[in-house]
Write a protein that binds this ligand. Structure first.
Ligand code: NOJ
Length: 559
């Protein structure tokens, strides 16, 4: 397997709106990020993935871009961006930008033109269709509720928006549009950025026949996903993008890809495919989704979670590359989701970090994960800001008459605002995030959970993450070692080995609140063992058989 810097890196995601506010308007900004570069350096990460900072009316917090080559007013100016890039590079940290080109904002100049008339030169930058007998062109539902088509009176046609109606889908069949996107990407790369995280990039090729989608359960709309996820022209488009832009730079690329499976993952990331470095798959974070997706979640099993992660580890073992993540700005906090955010809060946060970072792939840390931030449960829906959450609540409670308490519980479990409360820097008012009123309330647990506290405590979650990052830098086996799952059927223990040349590492993680008996499988032979990392002070006398404590994790080097 070829070596590459992006395989050896740890990426840290910043959601700028919630990271650090420098001017007291309650909204995080670029100057705020600059003040925390030393903190990130201390953590030891190699790359920052910056969620969108471009001009945007903020219907979807910057994932609706109205100008790809300017900075959002609330975040600062292009001069601030240049200062951030320089400041990061001076510290040896790279910056990867979010690239949102499945759709733009409806306030983008391209769309403003496009909707003017059917013969406007920008008309075909977007996907316009006439209605079908007074109905939208297809029955597809939008990811954020309602139909995915919006009627526009001016020209008596509908435009497609897989996300909100302020996020019209760009028409990738149009070569002029594609060239405009490549030009914009090149402009950023010439500025010196180090790559792109590509928003829902496997949605850009649609089935040109536009068939209706299947209607599941009590849904009003059809599921069009199979007609736009991993569509017919997707590989051609990505190969073209690679040839025209990416191949000319030494960059990190990661495609966000809901609905991608391992076979497709190989096509997107295979070494000779000339598409992307890695993808964000969703199978493991969707574990336990019910018939209504994440809002009807059910209990999950460790065997399912391990099964999915292992399938990806094996699938991309020799060709392609994995991204490793528990969290991002769309997911609930991992310590609340797969760990234990009460009694075993710290133990489980460290165990989850170990379990993820010791697998093969590039790990991603989402802001606040390194200090153990948890989910939040605001009492009133009025305290929520995410449009997906608000639309779902409105539809469920006001249109379908569902029990508001039940709906709130689903939001507490899986809502996106769990990830978007401000980073808790210290125990002063608003957790030190802003001197003004934060755009979304701070998690009330900031007095106990905050960066200041974990920085001071050498045994904290923060220092544990630091060690994990360090281990990767000092041991090739962590990056390139072969992965093998052990104890496949255990519902309590996630155990695997990594192997490189004559070295083997054993990683043991307990997902249980109880004591669990561990037995070392016979096939593991070794002469000497050395504990590399663990989250309890003492270590078992022998590893042949012992009792794992609640959420215990152990990493052994066996030779
Ligand atoms: C995926 C992004 O991660 C999410 O935050 C956004 O709402 C959608 N794509 C639409 O851009």
């Amino acid at each position: 397997m070829e070596k590459a810097w992006w395989k050896e890196s740890v990426v840290y995601q910043i959601y700028p709106r919630s990271f650090m506010d420098s001017n007291g308007d309650g909204i995080g900004d670029l100057q705020g990020i600059i003040t925390k570069l030393d903190y990130l350096k201390e953590l030891g990460i190699d790359v920052i993935w910056l969620s969108p900072v471009y001009k945007s009316p903020n219907d979807d917090n910057g994932y609706d871009i109205s100008d790809y080559q300017n900075i959002m007013d609330e975040f600062g100016t292009m001069a601030d961006f240049d200062e951030l890039l320089q400041g990061a590079h001076d510290r040896g940290i790279k910056i990867v930008m979010d690239l949102v080109v499945n759709h733009s904002s409806d306030e983008h100049a391209w769309f403003v033109e496009s909707r003017k008339s059917k013969d406007n030169p920008f008309r075909d930058y977007y996907i316009w269709k006439p209605g079908k007998n007074g109905d939208p062109p297809t029955n597809w539902g939008s990811v954020f509720g309602g139909s995915s088509w919006q009627y526009d009176e001016t020209t008596n046609e509908y435009y497609l928006h897989i996300f909100s109606k302020k996020q019209p889908d760009l028409n990738w069949e149009n070569e002029t549009l594609r060239k405009a996107v490549y030009k914009m990407m090149t402009w950023w790369l010439e500025k010196g950025i180090d790559g792109f995280r590509m928003d829902v990039i496997n949605f850009i090729s649609k089935d040109s026949r536009y068939p209706d989608g299947e209607v599941h359960g009590e849904n009003k709309y059809g599921d069009g996903s199979k007609h736009f996820m991993n569509g017919p022209g997707i590989h051609e488009f990505l190969q073209e993008m690679n040839k025209e832009v990416l191949s000319k730079y030494d960059v990190l690329t990661v495609g966000e890809m809901p609905g991608v499976d391992v076979e497709q993952g190989k096509l997107y990331t295979g070494e000779d495919r000339n598409e992307l470095n890695m993808v964000f798959q969703f199978e493991h974070v969707d574990v336990g989704n019910g018939p209504g997706g994440k809002w009807t979640s059910q209990p999950w099993k460790l065997t399912e979670l391990k099964g999915i992660l292992t399938k990806w580890q094996y699938g991309l073992a020799d060709d392609g590359w994995n991204s490793l993540y528990w969290n991002n700005h769309d997911q609930p906090r991992v310590v609340s989701r797969f760990g234990h955010d009460k009694e075993y809060y710290e133990k489980s946060a460290k165990m989850l970090a170990t379990c993820l970072h010791m697998m093969k792939g590039t790990p991603y840390i989402y802001q606040g994960e390194e200090i153990g931030m948890t989910n939040v449960a605001f009492e009133s829906i009025d305290d929520y800001r995410d449009l997906e959450t608000l639309n779902m609540y409105n539809e469920a409670v006001n249109e379908l008459g569902k029990d508001p308490n039940k709906v709130m519980r689903a939001i507490y479990e899986r809502g996106r605002d769990n990830a978007r409360t401000p980073v808790q820097w210290d125990d002063t008012e608003n957790a030190g995030f802003t001197t003004g009123t934060p755009w979304i309330s701070v998690n009330p647990n900031y007095k106990e959970v905050n960066a200041k506290r974990v920085l001071q405590d050498p045994n904290s979650i923060f220092h544990y993450y630091k060690k994990l990052i360090q281990l990767r830098k000092e041991n090739e086996i962590v990056v390139y070692g072969k992965f093998e799952l052990l104890h496949e059927d255990s519902e309590e223990i996630f155990c695997y080995t990594r192997e490189l040349r004559n070295e083997k590492w054993l990683i043991v993680c307990s997902f249980s609140t109880e004591l669990v008996k561990f037995e070392l499988p016979n096939q593991i032979k070794y002469q000497s063992k050395q504990l590399v990392l663990g989250n309890y002070e003492d270590e078992p006398i022998t590893i042949e058989t012992f009792e794992l404590k609640p959420y215990q994790t152990l990493v052994y080097k066996l030779t």
